[in-house]
Design a protein around this ligand. Structure first.
Ligand code: BES
Ligand code: ZN
Ligand code: ZN
Length: 469
């Protein structure tokens, strides 16, 4: 399915269905009201109604806001894919074009790599019709780049842990680097030993796959600033010896979603030719069990020198990030340091399963990120740090424990754990994004379908775009 921007005036036909958005108020005075009523259509949000004799598809929207249009386009494309049309046309303008592109491309996304029979659809093209193609073309192209980077992230998240393991992750990153003119440096276990990344290495010790630290760089000609993006890349999280219950282990291939998101972000940044130098640091590790596994009661010496008491091997993401964050800060002096991780189930308890938890010390930065998220159609919620929760990470034997002594506020205590590995000069530059809830879904919502959602990619692409101005 491809998407094209065209001059308006294309007539609908038996091959080409016209998609129209209507609110219940607009419906009342609509010339097709009689027929639509007969079909039982009330223009409720995310409901659709075909008038085949007119080659029209009506989509209900609560209002014509971008959020509602994005969701409606997602419903519309799924309806058209199940019909017989080869093409669909929809009117757009400079205000809604991004939401419409995202709705169609993200809502129309399907992951069929593991299906023996691919679903057949006749739909080949979606035309976005506007008055002035020239005026909208750059907005259109940007929206397509960002939506495709989001789908790229989804594709990786959706791969099985057998196919996507730390070494194959590194291979995939190298391929992206080659295609997008990025540089890519990979550290294997020997190099990680030399870097004294004992915390990250401990987590991956019982895996048959070698742990990898992947560093990608996008360098434009005269970069205006430097951005470091760090991703949790647990290609599988069994919980380790603190083994997850069987039902909680299902979907844990998605514990690499933070890392996959950072790859989508650097892909978008390079294709949008943004003026920021972007670094991606990924800790690609598999958390398994075995005679060689790290254990509760172990004390790990992190790269920073701080020691960590392991009280739960399922709180492994923070152990990997502690070392990768330290390495990232020493490798690059960044103006912004963001990490993305499916870090805690507690984040879902706090915010529900659609919202990314945002933590950090700079209110200003949290504010501008939440604005970018809103514009990009992602949900975020700020989770506040406080010194009382910080105390819960105290350890009797090491500098700090990897789990809090009380379960309440688990997303925040995980964020506070990471804070221990942020250097003083970077405190105001750092944000931690807990995407445990937002990165993966088993039931569709908004423009997200089954599987990885690509959470973070749209938000950060939008944030980097606004820095351009
Ligand atoms: N990867 C999980 C967090 C997670 C849970 C992500 C559910 C997505 C869905 C993480 O490594 C983990 O297991 N965290 C523990 C921390 C606890 C042991 C302190 C958790 O959330 O239970
Ligand atoms: Zn875990
Ligand atoms: Zn995990």
């Amino acid at each position: 399915m491809n998407i094209k921007l065209i001059k308006d005036g294309l007539q609908s036909s038996n091959n080409n269905v016209k998609i129209l958005f209507v609110t219940s108020k607009m419906l009342k005075s609509h010339k097709d009201l009689k027929m639509l009523k007969k079909a039982g259509f009330h223009a409720e949000q995310d409901t659709t109604c075909f008038l085949y004799e007119k080659n029209k598809l009506f989509c209900g929207v609560e209002t014509l806001s971008n959020d509602n249009l994005r969701s409606a386009c997602s419903t519309a494309v799924q309806a058209v894919k199940n019909a017989n049309y080869k093409e669909a046309t929809v009117d757009v303008n400079n205000k809604n074009i991004q939401a419409v592109v995202e709705g169609f491309l993200l809502g129309g996304y399907e992951y069929s790599a593991y299906k023996s029979k691919k679903k057949q659809t006749k739909l080949k093209s979606i035309y976005l019709a506007c008055e002035d193609v020239k005026a909208l073309s750059s907005l259109f192209e940007e929206a397509v780049i960002i939506a495709e980077a989001t789908c790229f992230t989804r594709d990786i998240v959706n791969q099985t842990p057998e196919d996507l393991n730390p070494p194959s992750f590194a291979k995939l990153a190298k391929k992206l680097a080659k295609e997008n003119g990025l540089t890519c440096n990979v550290l294997g276990e020997k190099e990680l030993q030399a870097e004294k990344m004992q915390s990250m290495l401990a987590v991956g010790r019982a895996s048959r796959h070698e742990s990898q630290l992947i560093h990608l760089t996008y360098k434009p000609k005269n970069p205006k600033r430097v951005v470091s993006l760090v991703g949790k890349g647990l290609t599988y999280d069994s919980g380790g010896l603190s083994l997850k219950p069987a039902t909680s282990m299902v979907t844990m291939k998605m514990d690499k979603a933070g890392a996959c998101a950072t790859l989508g972000m650097i892909k978008a940044a390079s294709e949008l030719k943004l003026d920021s130098e972007v670094h991606v640091f990924i800790g690609a590790v598999e958390n398994m069990i075995g005679g060689n596994a790290y254990k509760p009661d172990d004390v790990l010496v992190t790269r920073s020198g701080k020691t960590v008491e392991v009280r739960n091997t399922d709180a492994e993401g923070r152990l990997v990030l502690a070392d990768v964050l330290d390495y990232a800060q020493e490798s690059v002096q960044a103006d912004y340091l963001f990490d993305f991780a499916t870090l805690t189930g507690a984040c879902m308890v706090a915010l529900g399963s659609y919202t990314t938890g945002v933590m950090g010390h700079s209110s200003k930065l949290k504010h501008s990120i939440s604005k970018s998220a809103r514009v990009a159609g992602e949900l975020t919620g700020s989770l506040p740090f406080n010194k009382h929760l910080k105390k819960l990470l105290k350890s009797g034997i090491a500098d700090i424990s990897n789990t809090a002594s009380k379960p309440y506020g688990g997303a925040i205590t995980a964020g506070l754990f990471l804070d221990n590995f942020i250097k003083e000069e970077n405190k105001e530059k750092w944000l931690h994004f807990d995407i445990a809830g937002s990165a993966y879904t088993e039931s569709p919502w908004d423009c997200n379908v089954y599987g990885g959602t690509g959470a973070g990619v749209r938000m950060i692409s939008e944030f980097l775009k606004t820095l351009k101005k």
